[in-house]
Design a protein around this ligand. Sequence first.
Ligand code: PLP
Length: 497
Amino acid sequence: MVEPNKTVEQADSRTTLDPRDWGALRKIAHVALDDALDFVQSVRERPVWRPLPDSVRAALAEPLPVGPQGMEQVYEDFLRFVLPYTLGNIHPRFLGWVHGSGLPSGIIAEIMEAAMNANCGGRDHSGIYVERTVIEWCKSIFSFPAEANGVLLTGTSMANLAGLTVARNAQADGDLRRSGLHGYPRRLVAYASAEVHECVPRAMEILGLGRDALRKIPVDSCFRMDLAALRNAIAADRQTGAEPFCVVGTAGTVNTGSIDDLASLAELCKEQGLWFHVDGAFGALAMLCPEIRPRLSGIEQADSIAFDFHKWMHVQYDAGCLLVRNGQQQHKTFAMNPDYLQHTARGLAGGGVWPCDLGPELSRGFRALKIWFAIKQHGVAVFANAIAANCEHAEYLAGLVRNASHVDLMNPPCLSIVCFRFHPPDWSSAALDRLNEDVVADLQESGIAAPSTTRIHGALSVRVNITNHRTKREDLDLMFESAIRAASLRMASAPAV
Ligand SMILES: *Cc1c(COP(=O)(O)O)cnc(C)c1O
């Protein structure tokens, strides 16, 4: 006969996911923590990026494990196949797209987030209060009023989508939550500059408005929305029976870092009765810098602002935020009230307004914790200094470009972004596009630096974005010298076509 206790124990070992040997797990955990800190501390000694060898791709494509491999094995596989082939955005010479470079403080915050595993959709616990505090801090950064509210989301793509949802519902006639757009009498249209980030037209698609309903307004020579053209577009739409509901201003465009004239946009929106949303994915946090803040003037009048902590504040991915001036409208757009999510005055179901009623997510992690750690540990002044330093870096790089031959500076350096294009004489524009694309790929594959590409006035350009608290002038020197070398090699070997 089997002893009852033994049966229980056997059943337990088949179903429990806690370690049988906490001591062994503790040992690996300590090693992992040291590895994590070493990985960040020694980042300069490694290439920015290395492509995954075929053998590693094959190893990663393993079939579903049914039996246990054990933590030692998983961790070993991680060290061999995953860690060395990361994106590289914590590296000082990762200069592509718009990425944050991470904070060592986040390692501790994310360990504790994992230990707590709190679902921050709602209910009455510390996570909700930490998020509220973070939102209050954000409101103070943008001088938003007390009745404003906000929610943490994965990033600005989601925050733009959620913000436009509030805008649409607040501006449209009737109850769109009930009726949707079915039978809506007029076409709802919104406006943004031609430089708007692609996630905004995609948000219009998801909202059922269609991307054509986002009118793309031409930009001036500084890549800012042309206000006269905006006015004309609104008037033309009204004339043809469409219903303008929103203007999206950009604070830091993804191509060149330019900032729309937000104060004029705010005024125009007030006059026209339109919702004013700002996509400030990375640029909005330049509000922290007294010397840059004037260029963002008007953002404090926005009806909603979308921005990221994971870009220019370097908080670990993912961490975005939507702020809404009228918190009631945000709540009205997203609140749910089913039987199984009742709020109560006391007990776990208390605690006031829950984040799940301020955005589209119900279950959600404790994103606020890493932001709270970061801001409390460093204070916002250090982030402001790092942002200001990056803007100076952009000016410095623009100077290097201006002084080099056969390279065109493609944009006035705005915030952190500098685009340039190698331009040997007598090459066709198609050949120049290829040259510049190759130079970027050469740099990336060399592991020396990782800029990216974009098109400026249709011309494929090397795009350097410096939202990186580890970047120094020497890094930009090395990147630019290496780019010139790569371009010279290609110019020497490839006949111009
Ligand atoms: C990065 C970026 C986005 C998208 O933000 P995610 O956090 O990547 O979703 C939107 N707009 C601008 C201007 C951006 O730079």
